[in-house]
Ligand binder design. Structure first.
Ligand SMILES: Nc1ncnc2c1ncn2[C@@H]1O[C@H](COP(=O)(O)OP(=O)(O)O)[C@@H](O)[C@H]1O
Ligand SMILES: [Mg+2]
Length: 241
């Protein structure tokens, strides 16, 4: 499997807070890498760095063999990097289809005919096609999460960064999300998935990265990682000293 993303000694601080510190890892083509860690561990900052919304103080981000560390956000998007937001940002006074079209036209750089076709395809994929003419603000939570995913997919990514899409959903709704994410991987999209719901993190990802204080605390097979002592300490707070 070839490597699609390489993170090399990446660091970003806010004042005295080292949000991401000396972090290195690789992501293979077509894998789902789950990322977990306590609040404030640096997960969203990592996504902001990969998507280009903020720049690191040091370190390197390689995407498909190209150094994108200082590339602008829209350029990374055109290269195939898309992300969802932890706090969804739909245009509330637009329909579902219009929201998704914005992603395809501005993020994906497609013409109007191609983008319309792309939007219909991704709406089918996420199960929102029948609601394409509903206003975004009228959608129930699961559909708002679907919309967040659909907007990102409309840009035609090969690497998708998903920031906490399962929070607040019922167990059967999380199952729905898992189904969608697995089908995206079958389409050849590589996925980085930040989530707090352990059921999703056990069953979704091929590998898990655990972050704490901006650093890599554990990495590997999800079952082994979730059973490890370091991870139990962080999540159960059973510090010995
Ligand atoms: N724009 C910002 N300005 C100041 N501090 C920030 C900013 N973004 C994140 N932080 C801080 O960086 C740390 C990591 O935050 P974040 O990446 O959001 O963590 P997570 O997503 O894992 O909960 C936190 O201490 C947070 O308060
Ligand atoms: Mg976050």
């Amino acid at each position: 499997m070839s490597c699609i993303l390489t993170i090399e000694k990446l660091s970003k601080s806010f004042g005295r807070v080292a949000a991401v510190h000396d972090l290195s890892f690789e992501v293979s083509q077509d894998e789902i890498l789950g990322i977990i860690g306590p609040n404030g561990a640096g997960k969203t900052t990592l996504f902001n760095l990969i998507a280009g919304e903020i720049k690191p103080e040091s370190g390197k981000i390689m995407f498909n063999g190209t150094d994108v560390t200082s590339a602008q956000t829209f350029r990374r998007c055109r290269m195939g990097i898309a992300r969802t937001y932890q706090i969804p940002r739909p245009f509330v006074n637009m329909t579902v289809l219009e929201n998704v079209l914005v992603g395809a036209v501005y993020g994906g750089g497609m013409g109007s005919k191609a983008s319309r076709k792309k939007c219909e395809e991704v709406l089918e994929k996420t199960g929102l096609f029948s609601k394409r003419n509903a206003f975004a603000e009228s959608l129930p939570l699961l559909d708002r999460k679907r919309l967040e995913l659909t907007k990102a997919l409309a840009t035609g990514p090969t690497l998708l960064l998903i920031d906490e899409v399962a929070g607040g959903l019922t167990e059967s709704e999380v199952e729905e999300v898992l189904k969608i994410i697995h089908s995206l991987r079958r389409d050849g999209i590589t996925i980085l998935w930040v989530e707090h719901i352990m059921m999703a993190m056990k069953r979704g990802p091929d590998r898990l990265l655990v972050m704490d204080f901006g650093e890599k605390l554990a990495y590997g097979n999800p079952d082994e990682v979730l059973d490890s002592e370091e991870v139990h300490k962080v999540y159960l707070g059973d510090d010995e000293d």
